[in-house]
Design a protein around this ligand. Structure first.
Ligand SMILES: [Zn+2]
Ligand SMILES: [Zn+2]
Length: 433
């Protein structure tokens, strides 16, 4: 169940844009008219019906994005993000829907906590938001939550993100219960006995810097285990924020064996390597940590060929005072909602590494499908979930430019190409620049 604040649906017409919907197979310079929040007509020189006109010449109109992995920090850390600020940041990033993680204070592990979040989202959320509930109570990895009750209350899935489910027996039972609720199970794959004490990826750079590293196998052995459990139970599984080539190999093998596994990758893992940690900037400290060039290339290739079907920001806001400390003391996590498209357009599409159509699909239909949501599409009769992109815009990422309450972006000060000009979510204009 996705919820947003209620507001009147709008009517508008976007004229002259390159309309690009890889799922519907549309790539043409045509007008798109929205009547009362629903796509009513697509074609050349459409009747404008006295609607507001958005001039789209030179721009790309695509299905808006879906982010399957966002930390909204509510309840508990509203100094870092709120439902209102996080969904406003999502709107600015071109998203029409986001999914929020349950590792809040308190953890979303009961129908009561989930119910109050859903109520709050009905008055605050700028774009539709869905909430995942935790797999284990307080995310302590000891006792399963009441998954059936949480699903009935509206949980869109289950995860202990931020932590792995360490005990295999518990993960096995979680898969069995998830089959009853029919909601996806999403896993943060990390073997804490291997990652303990690590602040970055273990390797040449960590050795040179003298910083404790966590090895790639801390992720991939858990990926292998979770895929084995999913195969044994015949249940689907969603792997979060993959970072290591060994994990990609394991996923590829599992999919070839007909295991129903989906996976996501973040913009930072697609663009950066552990070499970036030489800056000792706490804004390149994330979990899982940045990998090698080999990992980066494997992730890009898996995204390109569809093995990884989702781009997820893992938007993780942190208070300034928490990040403005030496690298080893800083918490893991970076923001990403407002920069994801431009970062990937600049670093993957413009250099010719990834086709624009593939990027758009992996930011929209891919994540929607992984969670059983209706993919945003540009088709007559579909709800208007649209993003208008300016491929020729160049802009600098600055602290003042964010709608998020936090500024821990790995892109601060960088110049990016490609900008979100307009976002329409569930029939409402939620962002314009
Ligand atoms: Zn995680
Ligand atoms: Zn996360």
């Amino acid at each position: 169940m996705l919820v947003a604040r209620s507001a009147p649906r709008e009517s508008l017409i976007v004229t002259g844009a390159r309309v690009l919907d890889p799922v519907e197979g549309v790539d043409a310079q045509v007008d798109v008219r929205v009547d009362d929040g629903t796509i009513a007509a697509i074609g050349a020189s459409l009747e404008r019906n006295a609607h507001r006109v958005v001039e789209g010449t030179g721009l790309v109109l695509a299905p808006a994005f879906v982010d399957p992995h966002v930390h909204l920090r509510s309840p508990g850390r509203e100094d870092e993000e709120t439902i209102a600020s996080g969904t406003a940041a999502a709107a600015a990033g071109g998203y029409c829907a986001i999914l929020a993680m349950p590792n809040t204070e308190p953890v979303v592990d009961s129908a009561a906590v989930l119910g109050s979040l859903l109520e709050q989202a009905k008055t605050e959320a700028e774009v539709p938001v869905g909430f995942l509930a935790s797999i284990t109570k307080r995310q302590e990895g000891a006792e399963l939550t009441e998954m059936g009750e949480l699903a009935d209350e509206g949980a869109v899935g289950f995860t202990d993100d931020g932590r792995p489910v360490v005990a295999s027996s518990l993960m096995w039972r979680a898969l069995q219960y998830a089959s009853i609720t029919d909601r996806p199970l999403a896993v943060h794959c990390e073997d804490p006995t291997l990652s303990r004490g690590g602040h970055m990826r273990e390797g040449i750079v960590s050795a040179e810097l003298g910083i404790g590293g966590w090895p790639s196998i801390a992720e991939s052995v858990m990926v292998e285990r979770d895929l084995a459990l999913a195969e044994y139970e015949g249940r689907p599984l969603h792997l979060m924020h993959l970072s290591a080539h060994e994990s990609v190999d394991a996923l590829r093998r599992a999919q070839a064996a007909a295991v129903r596994a989906t996976a996501e990758v973040t913009p930072h893992h697609l663009v950066l390597t552990d070499d970036a940690v030489r800056s000792l900037d706490p804004n390149v400290k994330m979990n899982p940590p940045l990998g090698t060039q080999h990992d980066r290339e494997a992730l890009v290739e898996a995204l390109r060929d569809g093995t990884i079907s989702c781009i997820a920001t893992d938007h993780a806001p942190h208070a300034r005072h928490e990040k403005e400390v030496p690298f080893e003391e800083a918490p893991f996590g970076v923001t990403g909602l407002e920069t994801s498209f431009a970062a990937l357009y600049t670093h993957l599409v413009e250099p010719g590494v990834l086709p624009l159509e593939t990027l758009l699909e992996r930011m929209s239909a891919g994540p929607a499908r992984a969670y059983g949501l209706d993919p945003p599409r540009i088709a007559v009769g579909a709800p208007a979930n649209l993003v208008l992109l300016d491929p020729n815009a160049s802009w600098q990422v600055t602290e003042r430019g964010f709608r998020s309450r936090s500024v821990n972006s790995w892109l601060l000060g960088k110049t990016l190409n490609g900008r979100v000009r307009l976002t329409v979510a569930a029939g409402r204009v939620v962002h314009e620049s």
